[in-house]
Design a protein around this ligand. Structure first.
Ligand code: MG
Ligand code: MG
Length: 253
């Protein structure tokens, strides 16, 4: 069942999303050759806690950190480590969740580490474009398949792979609520209503669609070893159109 969020729930979700966005602002500055993914996790944890929020990912199904850090061919769910040092030319997907007042904000972004190849630059640009093409469809009267199809069309245009096993999701009191949102068209005619909140999150690959899990039980990587990017915003459907929840807001600063 998909729950419409009340005004009060939406306010708390915006606050959670604001904190997630503060973390991403810090990540953008901190991602450089030589920093470890554990250092990034420490920075994220500090920001989340100093803003009186809870790191949603920590202990989620046993996940050991406050952010996911997935480098190059790693798609999602990478575990921060002091032994994983960022190298020039890599890309790193950082996924962040914060719970404030019992409500969750969820957003991911892929960052370049120093100078990256044109191929990777394009992957980042196109995956971000796919996210915003999906977001544009998050409005009352549309159906979930409008979002899925918009994301898929952008990836298909570039002949990129789309990760099939993971997708977007409703979010609110829990990080994963109904509905599941595919990043490719499956014909889901579920109507979008004002008050629905969905984390829209295309995961797009330079190569094939296929992914596999590593032996750490968490990290998901592309089967062909080619790079993958991941961009995500938590988005509210309103009568005026889609509204981003995971952005910095003056009122909470
Ligand atoms: Mg996420
Ligand atoms: Mg998510």
């Amino acid at each position: 069942m998909i729950n419409k969020k009340s005004r009060d729930e939406i306010k708390r979700m915006k606050h959670a999303g604001h904190i997630v966005a503060l973390v991403h602002k810090a990540m953008k500055d901190a991602v450089k050759p030589g920093i470890s993914t554990k250092d990034l996790d420490d920075i994220a944890m500090d920001i989340i806690k100093s803003n009186k929020a809870i790191p949603t990912f920590l202990n989620y199904n046993g996940f050991p950190a406050s952010i996911c850090t997935s480098i190059d061919e790693n798609v999602v769910h990478g575990i921060p480590s002091k032994n994983t040092i960022l190298e020039e030319g890599s890309i790193i997907s950082i996924d962040v969740g914060a719970t404030y007042g019992g409500m969750v904000g969820d957003s991911a972004w892929t960052y370049p580490v120093g100078n990256i190849s044109e191929e990777k630059q394009k992957l980042l640009k196109v995956t971000e474009e796919a996210l915003f093409a999906g977001i544009e469809q998050m409005k009352p009267g549309n159906v979930l398949d409008d979002i899925s199809g918009a994301i898929e069309a952008v990836a298909n245009r570039e002949k990129y792979g789309i990760v099939r096993q993971y997708g977007g999701h409703g979010v609110g009191h829990a990080m994963h609520e109904d509905p599941f949102l595919y990043n490719y068209s499956v014909g889901d005619r579920t109507l979008i209503k004002a008050g629905y909140v969905i984390a829209i999150e295309p995961m797009i690959n330079l190569g094939c669609d296929d992914v596999e899990s590593l032996s750490d039980g968490w990290t998901v990587r592309t089967k062909d070893g080619k790079a993958s990017a991941h961009f995500e915003h938590t988005v509210l459907a309103t009568d005026k159109g889609p509204e981003l929840m995971t952005i910095i807001r003056e009122e909470f600063l």
